[in-house]
Design a protein around this ligand. Sequence first.
Ligand SMILES: Cc1ncc(COP(=O)(O)O)c(C=O)c1O
Ligand SMILES: [Zn+2]
Length: 400
Amino acid sequence: MAGTGSLLRALDCRACGATLAPDFVVGPCPSCGHTLLARYDLDRLDGARWFRSLGERPPGLWRYRELLPVRDAAFITGWGEGSTALLPLGPVETAPGVEVLVKDDGGLPTGSFKARGMAAAVSRARELGLTELYVPSAGNAGIALAAYTARAGLRGRVYLPESTPRAAKEACALYGAEVIEVPGTIREAGTAARERERGRGSFDVSTLREPYRVEGKKTMGLEIVEASAPGALPDAIVYPTGGGTGLVGMAKAFRELRSLGLLDRSPRLYAVQPEHCAPVVRALRDGATRITPWEDPRTIAPGLLVPAPFASERVLEAVRETGGAGATVTDRELLDAMRSLARHHGLSVSPEAAAPYAALPRLLADGRIRPGESVVLYHTGTGIPFSADRLEQEIAPPPR
Ligand SMILES: Cc1ncc(COP(=O)(O)O)c(C=O)c1O
Ligand SMILES: [Zn+2]
């Protein structure tokens, strides 16, 4: 065995306090059904030395292998994903005086940040001996599962809402995954998936229903800290929020880095959602500890059409513990942001990934972000499969 040096120690449930040994197949907490999160033996790591050593490691998310769940390097599956660029966007008219940076995950294998989570989850699934994985998805997670199961030689099944863009369905099929279309949103796709898969010996890699995708997403936060000059950590990260795994992952990264003595404050995390599907933003505004499902959800951004995020307690906690907040954007603002980023900055983003840019004026107007601060817009996925003209037709005309 080629050990990775992973310090994985246990799986903890923050909801009921259960603690499990990590080297068995497990989905949600067997006691209460909430999310299990990986815990590492951080006191066995000399934080400062470890952080310095990163500079000598090859690029990619496995450079953080001590803080990732795979124990034997032979099971690592992927295409060198990670170490994406963190670059200044340049002056932004709608955010005068703010230093705007973009963390660009559009160039990851499969075109979105979902590659990070699936790289971790599929590698760990292989290590634990699983052979058949399934996921309900709005598109990108399904494409990533399809690609990583293909790379690993495992079977993948993807449950997609019927309304998923055709390019996404075709991409999953091209990688050899079985594609099942379900009427409704990802919520209905999830219900259908769990019903159909019962008793088949397959494993559910839905957002936060297993412990390891979020570990891959954690590398988003680790990379932002590693790429920032000492003392120049960004003040805020603005994130397009559907299921919220990215937020949970980044908050976990900051928690672990704080435990290692490598961080004294976290960037504030801002959750951006579409105005007609904003359960997380509403719960943040109302001071609730969990979301209530959104009725009649609508948006042109498929990955943000998540009316009832599974682990909303963890998502809300992630935003609150960093001192962040929520903001909504309209579909019109998403489409304008997509066009603006492409035309003025040469950046192709999906409608989801346009949300942070679209939210900037509101975050400034609300005093959440102030001139003089530095803000990372998290670019979660490429816009290349999307037609702006088709999205234009999807935006319902405003009622007269
Ligand atoms: C491009 C893109 N951005 C953002 C999201 C939302 O991600 P999260 O589940 O971390 O909130 C998705 C989810 O499908 C997505 O595909
Ligand atoms: Zn529990």
